[in-house]
Design a binder for this molecule. Structure first.
Ligand code: SF4
Ligand code: SF4
Length: 440
C-alpha cells in the first residue's frame, strides 16, 4: 500500500503528516518538493536524496497497516435503550421522544447481556460493557436498568470478569435514581446545555417548565460524591455564540466534569418542527476555539465527535462489530439515532431483533455485511483527506443515510472536523495553534 502522506499549510512552511506512521514534522518547501518527487518516482538530486534518506530512516515511507473493521461480529459491548418515554421535550430531540410506549422486555435485555458476556469469555477478555442510552430517558425505566445491572454483575462474578457500566442521561433524576446511579455506574454522560436560559428554553420538561435546576442538582450530587462525569451540550444557531460562556460556567460550577462535548444539532426529529438549526460551521469552529481557551488548565477536555486525532479508526462508530445497541422495542440497531421503523433509514441501520421463541437475537447477515462496508476505506470522497483515519468518514447515518457508498460526499461537518484536527496536529507538534482557525 502507498504510504499516506499529507502536507498541511503552516505559514511559510508545511507540515508533513503521516497519520498511520504517527509522524508529524514541519518541513520546508524544498523537503516538500523532494517528497513529491520521490513519491512520483522522479529522479532526485543529491540534497533530495539526503532528505529522503532521513525520512526513510524515520520510517515515513514504510508500509503501515490501516485500522480494520473486525471481520467477525462478536460484540462484547451492548447499549440498551430501557425505554422511549422521556420526561423532557427538548426542542431538537432527534427521536422526538415524548410519551413513548415501549419498555425494553427483560428477556431481550438478558439475551443481549448473555451474548456479550459469552463473547468476552470466548475472546478471553477480562471485561464486558453494558451501557444505557435511549430514544427516551433511560432513568424513566430505572427498574429495568437496575435489573440489567444486577443480572450483568451476577454473570461477571460467575465468569470472574468485570462488567463496566455506563449511561447517558438528561440529568432530570430523582434522588433515588441518583442513589442507584452512584452505587452502580461509574461512567456517566449528562446531556445538558449548561447555561440556565439556554437549558430552560431548549430542554423544557414535559410540563413545559425549565429543567436547569433539576440537572444542576444532579451534577452537584455527582460532584459531592466525587464521581467524574461528562457533559454533552447540543449547539444550535441560537446558542453558538455562547460556547465560551458555557465553558466558563461548567468550569466554575461543575468541578468534577472531566469532558465537555459540544456538538452542532443535527436537523432531524423535533428540530425540524421547532426550526432549530445547525450553526454555520465556521462560526462553530471560532466559538469552539474560544471555549477551548477558556478551559485551558481546568482539567476539562473539550471534544467534538469528529476531531479525535489521538486514535486511528476505520469507521466512525462500531457499525455492528464490537458492539451493538438494542432499542426499547428489542431491535438491534447500529446507530443510536436510528431507533424505530418510522425512520426510513431503519431499513439499513436496524439489522436484528430479539426472537422470543429462541430467546436469542437474530441478526440479518446481509445487512450486517453492508453495514461493515460503511467505513472510510470505501469512501472515495475521503481518500485524500488528512482526517480520514480519525474522522473515518463521519457518522454515515448523518452523511449518507440510505445513499450508496459512492454517494458519500461529506457534509458541512467536514469543515469543523478538518479545522479542529488541524489544530490538534499543531498542538501535538508543540505549536500554539492561536485563536484564529485555519480552514483546510
Ligand atoms: S433529546 Fe434526550 S432528553 Fe431530550 S427529549 Fe429527546 S430523548 Fe428526551
Ligand atoms: S472528507 Fe469529511 S467525512 Fe471524510 S474523513 Fe475528511 S472530514 Fe471526515
Amino acid at each position: 500500500m502507498k504510504p499516506e502522506l499529507f502536507f498541511l499549510p503552516n505559514g511559510e512552511n508545511d507540515i508533513l503528516y503521516a497519520p498511520l506512521r504517527r509522524f508529524i514534522a514541519e518541513v520546508s518547501s524544498s523537503v516538500k518538493n523532494a517528497v513529491a518527487a520521490h513519491m512520483n518516482g522522479l529522479a532526485l538530486d543529491e540534497s533530495q536524496n539526503k532528505v529522503i534518506g532521513i525520512l526513510k530512516d524515520k520510517g515515513v515511507f514504510d508500509e503501515a497497516e490501516p485500522p480494520k473493521i473486525e471481520e467477525e461480529f462478536c460484540p462484547t459491548r451492548v447499549t440498551l435503550f430501557p425505554t422511549d418515554f422521556c420526561n423532557l421535550r427538548c426542542r431538537y430531540c432527534y427521536a422526538s421522544a415524548a410519551e413513548g410506549g415501549h419498555r425494553l422486555p427483560m428477556n431481550a435485555a438478558r439475551a443481549a447481556i448473555d451474548l456479550i458476556s459469552e463473547n468476552a469469555k470466548k475472546k478471553g477478555y477480562s471485561q464486558f460493557s453494558l451501557g444505557f442510552h435511549g430514544n427516551g430517558e433511560p432513568f424513566m425505566a430505572q427498574d429495568i436498568m437496575q435489573e440489567c445491572c444486577e443480572y450483568a454483575a451476577g454473570i461477571a462474578e460467575k465468569n470472574n470478569v468485570r462488567c463496566q457500566f455506563s449511561t447517558a442521561t438528561n440529568g432530570v433524576l430523582s434522588d433515588s435514581d441518583l442513589d442507584f446511579l452512584l452505587a452502580w455506574i461509574a461512567d456517566v454522560n449528562v446531556s445538558f446545555d449548561i447555561l440556565p436560559d439556554i437549558q430552560n428554553r431548549q430542554r423544557p420538561t414535559a410540563g413545559g417548565g425549565g429543567s436547569f435546576d433539576r440537572v444542576s442538582h444532579t451534577l452537584s450530587r455527582l460532584d459531592a460524591a466525587g464521581a467524574q462525569y461528562g457533559i454533552r451540550a447540543t449547539i444550535t444557531t441560537e446558542s453558538v455564540t455562547r460556547l465560551r460562556e458555557m465553558a466558563a460556567f461548567a468550569k466554575e460550577h461543575y468541578p468534577k466534569c472531566n469532558v465537555l462535548h459540544m456538538e452542532p444539532v443535527f436537523e432531524v426529529g423535533r428540530a425540524l418542527l421547532t426550526g432549530q438549526s445547525s450553526p454555520p460551521s465556521e462560526i462553530f469552529v471560532r466559538e469552539f476555539i474560544k471555549a477551548q481557551n477558556e478551559l485551558k488548565g481546568s482539567g476539562i477536555r473539550l471534544v467534538y465527535s469528529g476531531a479525535r486525532s489521538n486514535g486511528l479508526y476505520a469507521s466512525f462508530c462500531s457499525v455492528c462489530r464490537n458492539g451493538f445497541t438494542v432499542t426499547a422495542e428489542g431491535n438491534a440497531t447500529s446507530c443510536y439515532e436510528v431507533c424505530t421503523y418510522q425512520d426510513p433509514r431503519a431499513q439499513r441501520y436496524i439489522y436484528g431483533k430479539y426472537d422470543e421463541q429462541s430467546g436469542k437475537f437474530l441478526f440479518d447477515s446481509e445487512k450486517m455485511e453492508l453495514l461493515s462496508k460503511l467505513n472510510v476505506s470505501n469512501f472515495s470522497y475521503c481518500e485524500d483527506c488528512f482526517c480520514k483515519w480519525h474522522c473515518a468518514g463521519d457518522c454515515t447515518a448523518k452523511t449518507l443515510g440510505l445513499g450508496s457508498l459512492e454517494q458519500h460526499a461529506g457534509s458541512e461537518r467536514c469543515v469543523i472536523t478538518r479545522a479542529l484536527i488541524y489544530r490538534e496536529v499543531l498542538e501535538r507538534m508543540g505549536v500554539d495553534a492561536g485563536i484564529e482557525p485555519v480552514f483546510i
